[in-house]
Design a protein around this ligand. Structure first.
Ligand code: ADP
Ligand code: MG
Length: 698
């Protein structure tokens, strides 16, 4: 018998029940059930003296005797009241239902163990519908004193699979399989962290003997869960590093040096220098670079990307940047072309709107190596696009591209080009460890000097007139303004109406010909969207009314005001991204968060956070706490959502310990082949069979 057997092997579980447990909870094997943990425990480890009861204690356990029972009339019917006493005081036990039956079964002056929710009214305590058991019976039983309460579903409850039944199943399971539970960690790790054994941990996670035991059990199981995820991620990284050969960019050559000395328009920030060093180390090593570059909007990722591309070109390779939208690709193209002006480097752009003739030319130049840098959108992924020797692929704003698309870019070469993924969506460090644990991560955590913080305020809708006045003043100074409306799928029709109403009222306030307004939303044809965007980019319009389609990367340094309508409806990371559209030029920029008076507690926290900080990482931390990992970028494909016991937000310390332990272990024994690591290897292989850790890149 082993734990991979289906749960029908457990005493008391019929095929029917097993099917139900599978469809409702996804529990199939004994191991699944064993790793199905309670979400809370009823603590019956403490007996309270009646005099010690506090108005705030919620559920209590007491021992005493019933001295007498009476029926008390009330407005509707009656209630049954028993006076309950111990050596220190008196409370009442109360029943509203089943009074006759209960009255007959209560024994006077015999010790009972009573458990229930404590009510406090007019200075006296009562427990309605208590659980009770004669003390003599109670003593006979082997008590699991803290009772586990398991997650359930309505269907399970309705089919008679109560919490008690699940408890029984797990009890039976533990009785049958306890000896089959194998240790999964090495003696060294167990000793280092003074952990309890796996068996004891599982036993105590379900049926803890005390709070202390429970904590020990949970710690051990959380550690183990996170440890094995880290081990998988880190081993994957190790294997990629050794198996996938990367091109070697040995030379920092003439082109890089010329650019650095003569063309670089500013000094790099220390953060940019550090990241560049990290990249250079990667690409010179012979291993394949698979690096994620995180940096807030405006932190200057583009120049880092360009320098990395120059390294490739210096070594005889081509380079590419893939951007999620045509407008972004265009902006990259313009920026890169300007920066490289006067140098002998050929750059081109390929997007969906490039005509056939030009397209053929690009294809040809790419294949014969005339073209050094190709910038583009998804159009780069088409089969016809063949590089002569692509050395590095840079992917901007990664979350817009799926995993499959990215690997397509890979396959354009026989050897895999170095990959640098750039994202402006900061991911908290702990989450990054779990989601991108198999990648190398670089962070630009410093903005270029002289950048002014975007001044952010929260205003209620009723202040709209003063907001309009502020807009007029800024426009008079030559600035441009964004007004953004939320567009949330479920209520698209209504949102669309909001947008159009908003557009109309803005048009009334800012009449043509003095003012020109662009409008962009998701229901427009791409070409029309592009046209309107371009008008704003060129400065032909002063106001851009838009939905969140403008969220990603568009750069209009002259736009200095971002107004967000119904800002309480946006998520934090979205608000942060939107605010990132302004503050790109030399002028003071502003972000005005408009909302109604009705704000949820969470909505308040979001707006307050936005007003208080512009640090993307701090915002991401708050976001993670508010929403949990499930809604954050990238987590959908990773293991962190399927955690059975650990919590990626709360168990940060354990996560860090688990990761460091895994790193240390792989340094000592990368193949887990040492005899002292047999347990770990076995568990690791077992786990690799069932759970697949996704990489976000390969
Ligand atoms: P993002 O990280 O959002 O892609 P960009 O690369 O577009 O940021 O850079 C934002 C702006 O900051 C650009 O105009 C760029 O020229 C400028 N910039 C980048 N690095 C520096 C620097 N070290 N000093 C001054 N300006 C810089
Ligand atoms: Mg950018």
């Amino acid at each position: 018998m082993n734990l991979n057997y289906p749960i029908t092997y457990i005493k008391g579980i019929s095929v029917q029940r097993a099917t139900l447990l599978y469809t409702e909870l996804g529990i199939k094997t004994c191991s699944d059930l064993l790793n199905f943990f309670p979400f809370r425990y009823i603590d019956k480890t403490t007996f309270y003296a009646l005099k010690d009861l506090q108005p705030n204690s919620s559920e209590v356990q007491v021992v005493g005797k019933i001295t007498h029972v009476k029926s008390v009339a009330q407005k509707k019917g009656s209630r049954l009241v028993a006076t309950f006493q111990d050596a220190t005081g008196t409370i009442e036990l109360v029943w509203f239902k089943g009074q006759k039956w209960i009255k007959d079964s209560l024994k006077i002056n015999e010790p009972y163990v009573v458990y229930g929710k404590l009510n406090h009214y007019n200075g006296s305590f009562s427990i309605p519908h208590p659980e009770m058991e004669l003390a003599t019976e109670y003593k006979k039983k082997l008590q699991t004193k803290m009772q586990p309460v398991y997650p359930s579903t309505e269907k399970l409850m309705n089919s008679g699979v109560s919490n008690k039944l699940i408890r029984t199943y797990i009890q039976n399971l533990l009785e049958q399989f306890y000896n089959g539970i194998e240790e999964t960690l090495s003696k060294e790790i167990i000793d280092d962290f003074k952990m309890i054994s796996k068996r004891d941990a599982l036993l105590n996670a379900h049926f803890p003997k005390s709070q202390e035991n429970l904590a020990k059990a949970q710690n051990r199981l959380k550690f183990e869960e996170l440890f094995f995820i880290q081990l998988q991620l880190l081993r994957k990284k190790l294997i990629n590093k050794t198996k996938i050969k990367g091109f070697i960019f040995e030379n920092v050559g003439a082109i890089f040096n010329e650019f650095y000395a003569d063309k670089l328009p500013f000094d790099l920030t220390n953060a940019q220098k550090r990241v560049l060093k990290e990249i250079r180390k990667d690409v010179a090593s012979g291993a394949h670079m698979n690096r994620l570059l995180q940096g807030d909007v405006g932190s200057g990722k583009t120049i880092v990307a360009l320098l990395a591309m120059l390294l490739a070109i210096d070594n005889g390779f081509q380079a590419t940047i893939m951007a999620p939208t045509e407008i972004l690709a265009n902006q990259h193209f313009i920026a890169v072309s300007e920066l490289l002006e006067g140098m002998n480097i050929k750059v081109d752009i390929l997007t969906g709107s490039v005509r056939t003739k030009k397209r053929r030319e690009i294809h040809a130049n790419l294949e014969d190596g005339t073209l050094d840098i190709l910038i583009g959108t998804h159009a780069l992924l088409e089969d016809k696009v063949k590089f002569k020797n692509l050395g590095i692929a840079i992917i901007d704003e990664q979350h817009r591209f799926g995993v499959a698309q990215r690997s397509k870019l890979w396959k354009k070469n026989t050897t895999v080009p170095h990959i640098l993924v750039m994202t402006a969506t900061p991911i908290p460090r702990t989450l990054a460890m779990s989601v991108y644990g198999d990648l190398d991560i670089s962070v630009i955590d410093e903005l270029p000097p002289g950048r002014k913080e975007v001044k952010t305020v929260h205003r209620f809708d009723s202040n709209r007139l003063s907001v309009f006045k502020f807009m007029r003043d800024e426009i008079a100074k030559g600035r441009q303004v964004y007004i953004v409306y939320p567009l949330i799928q479920e209520s698209e029709v209504m949102d669309y109406k909001d947008l159009m109403d908003g557009y109309e009222s803005v048009s009334r306030e800012f009449p043509s010909p003095k003012y020109q307004i662009s409008i962009v939303h998701g229901q427009m044809k791409p070409a029309d969207k592009e046209f309107e965007m371009q008008r704003f980019v060129k400065g032909e319009t002063q106001i851009m009314v838009a939905t969140t389609v403008i969220e990603v990367g568009v750069n209009v340094p002259n736009a200095s005001v971002m107004i967000i309508e119904s800002s309480e409806r946006f998520g934090l990371s979205q608000l942060h991204q939107l605010r990132g559209r302004v503050g790109r030029g030399a002028d003071q920029s502003y972000c005005i968060l408009l909302s109604s008076f009705k704000l949820s507690a969470e909505g308040k926290t979001r707006l307050k956070t936005m007003v208080e900080t512009t640090d993307g990482f701090k915002i991401a931390e708050v976001d993670l706490k508010l929403r949990g990992p499930g809604n954050l970028m990238g987590t959908q494909q990773s293991g962190v959502l399927n955690l059975k016991i650990a919590d990626i937000v709360k168990d940060t310390k354990i996560l860090v310990a688990a990761r460091n332990t895994a790193i240390h272990l792989l340094q000592e024994d990368s193949n887990l082949s040492k005899p002292e690591n047999t347990n770990i290897k076995k568990a690791y292989l077992e786990l690799s069979k069932t759970s697949k850790i996704w990489s976000n890149i390969s």
